[in-house]
Design a protein around this ligand. Structure first.
Ligand code: PRP
Length: 208
């Protein structure tokens, strides 16, 4: 194993399997055995740490991991100034505004009330457009908010749309496309750019 292995943070959860498959297709093989949270690629070139999605930017910002793969929503929400080195073709989703199926926008108050996990994204999106909003921060199961009357709207990621459908909600607006990206700590890039660039060439999607 190389003592100068690059360190890459990956998020637990739904994109991990897709990242693993993508890496394997590029000859970058790794696995996490027996609930371990740190592993190395088979060739020892890359040390990989497994972290909670929202903690990933914290590890990369502190340089514990120089590199990370996560959704662009996570990067935006963190507010940290990472370099985005490449964007992958898998795992794309949409950031959407949604409301109950029977929602009538004519009944909206002057301030839109929006429940979301993505408070930074939502605040910036509506403030840029001069639309007054009251944002209610939730940590999950956001779809419950309009159903139970906490808010008229939610802003959330929509992948298949099945969670919205199951809760009788409808998309009222698509706010942004979200992509899975490779990010890098800027200071780490300055120190290791030769190896980081070689890694990017290895892991990025083939040019069309
Ligand atoms: C995400 C997102 C939606 C759901 C969308 O939640 O916040 O709730 O997935 O996926 P779909 O369009 O394929 O149904 P997640 O599974 O991360 O759980 P959470 O609600 O606890 O945040």
């Amino acid at each position: 194993m190389s003592s100068s292995a690059l360190t890459l943070a990956l998020p637990k959860g739904r994109i991990l399997e897709q990242v693993q498959e993508h890496c394997a297709s590029k000859g970058i093989e790794f696995s996490f055995k027996d609930r371990t949270l740190v592993t190395h690629t088979a060739d020892g070139d890359i040390r990989i740490i497994l972290v909670k999605n929202n903690d990933l930017p914290v590890y990369v910002n502190h340089g514990i991991a120089g590199l990370g793969i996560c959704g662009s929503d996570v990067v935006k929400e963190s507010g940290f100034p990472f370099y985005e080195l490449c964007r992958f073709g898998f795992g794309s989703t949409r950031m959407c505004m949604a409301a109950r199926q029977d929602h009538d926008p004519a009944g909206d108050a002057a301030h839109l009330t929006i429940a979301t996990k993505f408070t930074e994204f939502t605040r910036e999106y509506f403030h840029r457009r001069g639309i007054p909003v009251q944002i209610i921060k939730l940590n999950g199961s956001v779809e419950l908010a309009p159903v139970l009357g906490l808010s008229r709207y939610i802003v959330d990621l929509v992948e298949t749309g099945s969670t919205l459908k199951a809760n009788n909600l409808k998309i009222t607006d698509i706010l942004a496309e979200i992509h899975v990206v490779l990010i890098c700590n800027p200071a780490y890039y300055k120190l290791h750019y030769t190896r980081v660039d070689a890694f990017v060439s290895r892991i990025k999607d083939n040019d069309p």
